[in-house]
Design a protein around this ligand. Structure first.
Ligand code: CA
Ligand code: CA
Length: 174
C-alpha cells in the first residue's frame, strides 16, 4: 500500500511539473470554398512542413509555403475534389500527391478520377497532373508500399453512405 501511494505521488508530481501545451491561432487563408481537407507535407524540400488545402468547391488545388504561408497553386481546372494523400515515392525529398476528384455523393453521378501530381523543376510552379484510374466511389486515399521498396500503390477506401455501401474499394498500382 505504501508503494502504491508513493507511485501516485510521483505520477502526480510529474504531471504537475509539465505545463499543458499552448496553441495560438494564426489565420493563413480564407475564402476556401468547400474547404474539406488539410494535409501537411514539405513540398519544396526546405525542411519546413507546408500546408496543402483541398477545397471541394474550388477549381484550384492550393498550398501554403512555410513560414510566410505564401499561396501557391498545385493544379487548376479541377472539380469536386474530395481527398488527397502525399508520399515521396521516388525518394527525391518531395512527395508525389494522389488526388481524388470529380466526386459525387451518388455513385451513378460520380466519375471518381484518381490523379497523381508530380513536381517539375520548380516545385513552386504548378505540378504535372496525370490521371491513373477512375473509381466512382473514390472517397479516401492512402499510400502504401507493397511488395518491394519503390513499388507504390494507392489504397482507395470503401464509401459508405447511410445504409448503402458501394464495394468499389481496390488498390491502384502506380
Ligand atoms: Ca517546405
Ligand atoms: Ca518524390
Amino acid at each position: 500500500m505504501v508503494f502504491f501511494l508513493l507511485l501516485l505521488l510521483i505520477r502526480g508530481t510529474a504531471y504537475a511539473a509539465t505545463p499543458p501545451a499552448e496553441f495560438a491561432e494564426h489565420s493563413i487563408a480564407s475564402g476556401l470554398k468547400g474547404g474539406y481537407q488539410v494535409v501537411i507535407a514539405d513540398l519544396n524540400k526546405d525542411g519546413k512542413p507546408d500546408i496543402i488545402a483541398l477545397a471541394s468547391g474550388m477549381t484550384e488545388l492550393v498550398w501554403f509555403e512555410n513560414p510566410e504561408w505564401k499561396r501557391h497553386v498545385l493544379a487548376t481546372d479541377l472539380t469536386r475534389m474530395i481527398n488527397l494523400a502525399a508520399w515521396d515515392t521516388d525518394g527525391d525529398g518531395i512527395p508525389e500527391i494522389v488526388l481524388a476528384h470529380e466526386f459525387a455523393n451518388e455513385a451513378k453521378n460520380s466519375i471518381g478520377i484518381l490523379s497523381v501530381l508530380q513536381h517539375g523543376a520548380d516545385p513552386l510552379e504548378p505540378w504535372k497532373l496525370t490521371e491513373i484510374d477512375r473509381i466512382p466511389t473514390s472517397h479516401r486515399l492512402r499510400w502504401a508500399s507493397a511488395l518491394q521498396p519503390g513499388f507504390s500503390t494507392t489504397a482507395d477506401a470503401n464509401f459508405y453512405r447511410g445504409e448503402q455501401h458501394w464495394p468499389m474499394s481496390r488498390l491502384t498500382f502506380w
